[in-house]
Design a protein around this ligand. Sequence first.
Ligand code: COA
Length: 251
Amino acid sequence: MTQDIIVERRGAAQLIRMNRPDKKNALTRAMYGAMIEALDAGETDPDVRVHVFLGVPGAFSAGNDIGDFLAYAQGGALGPELVAFLVRLATAEKPMVSGVDGIAVGIGTTLNLHCDLTFATRRTVFRTPFVDLGLVPEAGSSLLAPGIIGRQQAFALLGLGHGFSADRAKTAGLIYDVVDEDDLERAVFAAADEIAAKPPQALKIARELMRGPREALVARIHEEVRHFGEQLRSAEARAAFQAFMNRKRAG
Ligand code: COA
């Protein structure tokens, strides 16, 4: 069991905290596995009314672990935990709230597209450098982002890899609100408490109506995964990962 994911109950909220600060919360296979377990447990526990995602101060997540990407590239397929986590996110029936502080790269950005409310601090920058890494958008973001922030903003975010400051993300509709660092967890849990106080069945139906059927989203996740797996083996992607891994060694 990994210590890099901490799961806690806070009232009716189940907190899933990414906690690998020395690697800026880069997500490993074990971390995806632990998050799937937590989501499964929270979905079936009637006392849990809302899922909460947090990172550590300064880092929500630096995205998928690039060492794992290199291993996937050599093995020829994405790790099953990553794919299962993406599908679990897309199919969760309970509301999800996230609190983002600082680094939010790759899945550190796209995870929030599945959340019902996202709070981010002023120093947060959302970034998805998929294309620059020779990759394609994941987590259903190619379908979700155009619907949430519009095609042109989505192209800038997912296609061009532009960083979105918290203010820009709020203006674009990517997140719900911008808060001070010191206030992030208070704001997140206040929102979770507000959600938990609502009649659950009515809120569940309202949420399902707003999100629509999940089938198209899950199909898109698998379609993205297929392209992603192919691109991982491309020379351009391997060169980008290798350059990142060698960066520190080169000093
Ligand atoms: N995978 C694996 N390790 C990662 C990582 C990732 N995605 N992101 C950061 N790390 C590691 C670094 O290698 C470094 O490890 P080390 O101290 O053992 O050398 C440590 O986390 C700290 O990262 P560092 O780069 O020193 O922090 P920073 O604040 O200068 O920069 C980032 C932070 C996020 C801008 C930078 O680490 C980065 O660009 N990471 C890659 C992000 C990415 O492309 N993710 C994939 C998206 S699809």
